[in-house]
Write a protein that binds this ligand. Sequence first.
Ligand SMILES: NC(=O)c1ccc[n+]([C@@H]2O[C@H](COP(=O)([O-])OP(=O)(O)OC[C@H]3O[C@@H](n4cnc5c(N)ncnc54)[C@H](OP(=O)(O)O)[C@@H]3O)[C@@H](O)[C@H]2O)c1
Length: 247
Amino acid sequence: MKITENTILITGGTSGIGLAFAEEFIKEGNKVIITGRRGDRLDAIKIKFPEIITKVSDVADSDQRKELAEWVQLHHPGTNILINNAGIQLDADLTNPSNMERVRSEVETNFIAPVHLTSLFIQHLLNKENAAIINITSGLAFVPIAFMPIYCATKAAMHSLTLSLRYQLKDTTIKVFEIIPPSVDTELGHDRREDKSQSHGGIPVHEFIDGALMALKNDTFEAPIGQSVGLREKREILFEHINSRFN
Ligand SMILES: NC(=O)c1ccc[n+]([C@@H]2O[C@H](COP(=O)([O-])OP(=O)(O)OC[C@H]3O[C@@H](n4cnc5c(N)ncnc54)[C@H](OP(=O)(O)O)[C@@H]3O)[C@@H](O)[C@H]2O)c1
């Protein structure tokens, strides 16, 4: 797909992968709208990058999803690309009674929100040139890490959903991408870490973005980046190997 002259809505652009995508897409001559819950972050980003359009919006709230879709389609009718990026990563001990509020919030953010937003945008995107829906899943969709079971299950669900969406849209001009990040050095997982300054490591975010942009340019519709290539190919063998590290 063409990665210039688009109008791109990125959910979750206040940090990490969403913000790095926004910066790169602006450099490439696109118009970019980012969302997030943290208004102070969005204000700071607006000062640093005045070209980026910002909107406070919580994807875990159904009414706010509808309001976002209406607002974008009214004020930025040229929007032709939706990137379902916003996500949270929590731990969950399945051997103890689950805190269902946490489970619900993770499923709502990582899975229900992209399903809903996608459905709210498809009619709009059908009329647009170079239209695309880009889902950010994870290598953990293929090889779960057992201490964060809900997160990994939502990403596996997003992988499956993306296959079905691509099939349902095969006779339209909307391209459907799945970008599959490896571990990338962002704020992801902060919600479950006591020390908020600690990162889970991973490749630098701009290295990931280079790979993702290459995949988009080349119409690689299912694009594992870095170590996700191996995770996708060798899922059963790697499941044991990865999880033994956390025993
Ligand atoms: N980093 C990795 O290793 C890795 C690996 C595989 C996949 N991914 C995926 O990449 C995506 C981006 O994650 P990241 O690594 O960039 O993490 P991040 O730095 O924590 O960024 C997550 C973004 O999602 C937003 N977000 C979370 N909940 C939201 C909500 N309810 N409403 C709106 N926005 C919300 C956050 O904004 P606010 O907090 O301001 O709302 C933030 O902008 C996620 O889908 C993640 O699962 C990341």
